[in-house]
Design a protein around this ligand. Structure first.
Ligand code: GLA
Length: 383
């Protein structure tokens, strides 16, 4: 669903719930520029929030009920804050999970919420994190508690890990809550220290959706996490963040081929993120693009999370002269690529990529251009 005007938000809410909403909460999706599969290894990442997200139009309730209506699914879902369980209605579990862990810590009020978004679901742009963050901000708006943004993000991650069952790292929730307009968000996933780093003008970030969705994302993702865990144990370190090339070579035999490759990716990807920040600071976008290319190759060959379609999309993008870098983004297997290009090349990029992707795969790629957006927020309806 696209973006509503203020009047439309109020009117649609009234039609559904028969009352007037008080708050509007919004949480953006994210695209990761570089630093893939490093967050759960206590490493470094560099995402941006994007100009697409999930919106909540909300009114507080006097009782403990949470009534939800998803405009995208055309479905209602309802639960009580006194008994929060997993539902068959999958989209509601992000709200339920957040409600469950919030209610263990603070006093929560019930609410009615209309939820809609313009973020493609399951495309690797963090629609899940945006659902969670939107829910957390909405509960905060209707309830008498205040929590800082990092704590809210950690709570949302916990909801996804322990309630929904996807063992994601912290990148997506941090990006959705802590990003600033025009800036990339550097996160040290061990110390949780963040830095907002400006992205120079004159360049565009393009997101290309391969349109391939794979059911195995969650299982393969959890498998990669388990492999990293095993590699860390063998190496005798706290997290793969602490591994070095030298250590990997010494322990190569014990690790075996697969774990060695996974760990090598993590070591080198962390290094690439740090180099990418230096490149941004030096305004050297050529170097930044080269690091993106190297990241893709490593995800394809060492971490083995790419796919034929993602490789094709990256290949087409890199054959366009104004494109500085391209790589798969998010967990991988399907979903999207992220591309850095000169702003003036947008039209040509869109035309070329769509045409040649169609010729190569028979699929229609979807393309969005975005500037780094600001993190989630809440507004009060004035009337
Ligand atoms: C998913 C997870 C993130 C991160 C990426 C891979 O998007 O939600 O935490 O691990 O995959 O970099």
């Amino acid at each position: 669903m696209s973006v509503f005007s203020i009047e439309e938000k109020i009117n649609v809410f009234r039609e559904i719930f028969g009352r007037t909403p008080q708050y509007f909460s919004y949480a953006p999706g994210r695209v990761n520029l570089i630093g893939e599969h490093t967050d759960y290894n206590e490493g470094f990442v560099l995402p941006i929030a994007i100009e697409m997200g999930i919106s909540y139009v909300v009114a507080p309730r006097e009782d403990n009920k949470v009534r939800l209506y998803s405009a995208d699914f055309g479905e209602f879902n309802e639960f009580s804050l006194e008994d929060i369980r997993k539902s068959e209605t999958k989209w509601s579990n992000y709200v339920r999970g957040v409600a469950k862990f919030l209610s263990e810590r603070v006093l929560l009020r019930g609410m009615d919420a209309l939820i809609y978004g313009n973020l493609p679901i399951g495309a690797g742009l963090s629609s899940s994190a945006a659902m969670e963050v939107g829910a957390a901000l909405s509960f905060q708006a209707v309830s008498p508690f205040q929590m800082d943004r990092k704590s809210l993000a950690l709570l949302c991650q916990r909801a996804e890990n322990e309630f929904v069952g996807m063992r994601c790292g912290i990148m997506d929730q941090f990006a959705s809550l802590l990003s600033e307009e025009g800036m990339a968000l550097f996160i040290d996933c061990r110390t949780l220290e963040i830095r907002n780093i400006p992205l120079p003008q004159g360049y565009s970030v393009a997101i290309c959706d391969s349109k391939v969705r794979r059911e195995l994302v969650s299982s393969e993702y959890n498998k990669r996490r388990a492999e990293c865990e095993r590699a860390r144990e063998i190496l005798g370190i706290r997290a793969l963040r602490d591994a070095t090339h030298q250590l990997l070579e010494e322990k190569k035999k014990h690790l075996g081929e697969t774990l060695y490759r996974r760990a090598k990716h993590v070591v080198e990807e962390n290094q690439r993120v740090l180099s990418a920040i230096d490149a941004l600071r030096a305004n050297d976008l050529q170097e930044f693009g080269d690091l993106m290319k190297a990241s893709h190759i490593s995800l394809r060959d060492l971490y083995e999370v790419s796919s034929r379609e993602l490789d094709i999309l990256v290949g087409i993008a890199l054959s366009i002269p104004e494109v500085l870098g391209a790589r798969l983004t998010g967990a991988g297997f399907g979903g999207c690529t992220v591309n850095l290009l000169r702003e003036e090349a947008r039209e040509n990029f869109e035309r070329e990529v769509k045409k040649r992707y169609r010729e190569a795969t028979g699929l229609e790629a979807e393309i969005w251009f975005t500037r780094p957006a600001k993190g989630g927020f809440v507004e009060l309806f004035s009337s």
